[in-house]
Design a protein around this ligand. Structure first.
Ligand SMILES: Nc1nc2c(ncn2[C@@H]2O[C@H](COP(=O)(O)OP(=O)(O)OP(=O)(O)O)[C@@H](O)[C@H]2O)c(=O)[nH]1
Ligand SMILES: [Mg+2]
Length: 201
């Protein structure tokens, strides 16, 4: 798949604020600062489409980006960010859970984990939810540029084991900074969309 058109459509908290054109959603999940918004920019070849920051907690709403007039990439707030108030945390959890549980258009999940670390408890909780609903899934092991080349593969295998996922699920070492894994991600996104839409008829 190639991305030839990418546009920000809207930010939402409640489902009645989501776009109404019934195109499928692919949602990005992962802890704060893992690189969800950067991935959207890299994959779309647009450095400023989604707002990113060195500080965790940048994305605070559910953001919809329409791609190729065919589907949405949905950028969610990150989970597991300790330094926000309990109230704010509850609001983010509400937005994430509401989005995941009340989007009939949700076709698949892109889960981002930091390749340098073991998955967090929140990553595993999220993974359990995805498995429970049997959601099509692509995992990106981000910030691969921060590891020495020889450590990328072993660390990706280790993450696969820790998450307890089968070999059929793509786990792609990725870097928004160098573009490593970009082509593989586009290919996987294309397959996910084709397979799921065929399946739904
Ligand atoms: N080296 C490196 N840095 C990255 C990569 N991806 C993201 N970053 C950096 O990590 C920081 C966080 O990136 P974001 O894309 O804002 O992360 P996010 O997951 O959207 O964070 P929240 O919106 O807070 O949930 C920024 O400083 C990015 O430049 C990557 O692949 N490699
Ligand atoms: Mg973000």
């Amino acid at each position: 798949m190639e991305i030839i058109k990418a546009e920000f459509i809207t930010s939402a908290v409640e489902p009645d604020q989501y776009p109404v054109d019934h195109l499928p959603y692919l949602a990005l999940v992962g802890k704060s600062n893992v690189g969800k918004s950067s991935m959207i920019n890299n994959i779309c070849n647009r450095s400023k489409l989604a707002k990113t920051s060195g500080q965790p907690g940048k994305t605070r709403l559910v953001n919809f980006y329409k791609i190729n007039d065919a589907f949405y990439l949905v950028d969610l707030p990150g989970y597991g960010f300790a330094r926000v108030s309990r109230k704010e945390k509850e609001k983010w959890a509400y937005m994430i859970e509401t989005f995941l549980s009340s989007s009939p258009n949700l076709l698949g999940i892109i889960q981002l984990v930091d390749i340098r670390h073991n998955p967090t408890e929140d990553d595993i909780t999220m993974m359990d939810w995805i498995k429970h609903f049997d959601m099509p899934l692509i995992i990106l092991a981000t910030k691969s540029d921060k590891l020495g080349k020889t450590r990328v593969k072993p660390q990706a295998s280790r993450i696969r084991k820790k998450l307890g996922i089968s070999e059929e699920i793509p786990l792609i070492p990725y870097s928004s900074q160098t573009g490593l894994g970009r082509e593989a991600v586009l290919k996987s996104l294309g397959s996910l969309l084709t397979n799921s839409l065929d399946f739904q008829g």
